[in-house]
Design a binder for this molecule. Structure first.
Ligand SMILES: [Zn+2]
Length: 164
């Protein structure tokens, strides 16, 4: 059993062992985006890791996009990592349009899983190698326009990286 009160710094906390069968992938499984976002809204950032070649998949996928194996495990990820690439997006999705230009980065988490997301800082303040921490916010507390959300996205939490 897992203990949600801990904030793990490694991704050794495996919650599922593969190989997965199609019946394992239910609509609320963390291997689907709704299941992934459900876990994220509860404060758990989940990735899948291939037990054959060690590729991380974030959000989790039921099969490895490195080697095709379905022997994947779910593991909770650390919230901290390092910017490995970043750019400015001048025409973001409509819900974020009034925030443009936004900074988007590829972050390598301390587990070595990679996650792309918005950085809450202007482009000029961000550098490769910067330490960042993931924040998860309720969409209602974020300054975005809900009219532009797709219906199934309305309750998904918003993730953003903040410079440490
Ligand atoms: Zn693999």
């Amino acid at each position: 059993m897992t203990d949600d009160s801990d904030s793990p710094m490694t991704d050794t906390e495996n919650t599922t062992t593969g190989p997965l069968a199609p019946e394992d992938i239910t609509a609320d499984s963390a291997f689907t985006l709704p299941g992934f976002f459900d876990a994220l809204s509860e404060g758990r950032l989940l990735a899948a890791r291939c037990t054959e070649c060690d590729t991380h998949m974030l959000p989790p996928r039921p099969a490895c996009y490195g080697c095709g194996s379905r022997a994947v495990t779910l593991s909770e990820q650390p919230r901290t990592g390092e910017v490995i690439s970043y750019t400015s997006v001048n025409r973001p999705p409509s819900a974020f349009e009034h925030l443009a230009p936004i900074t988007v980065a590829v972050v390598e988490l301390d587990s070595s899983a990679r996650l792309t997301g918005r950085v809450a800082a202007p482009l000029d303040d961000v550098s490769i190698g910067d330490r960042v921490e993931l924040r998860v916010r309720d969409p209602e507390t974020v300054d975005i326009d809900p009219d532009f959300d797709l219906s199934y996205e309305e309750e998904w939490p918003i993730h953003v990286f903040e410079l440490m």
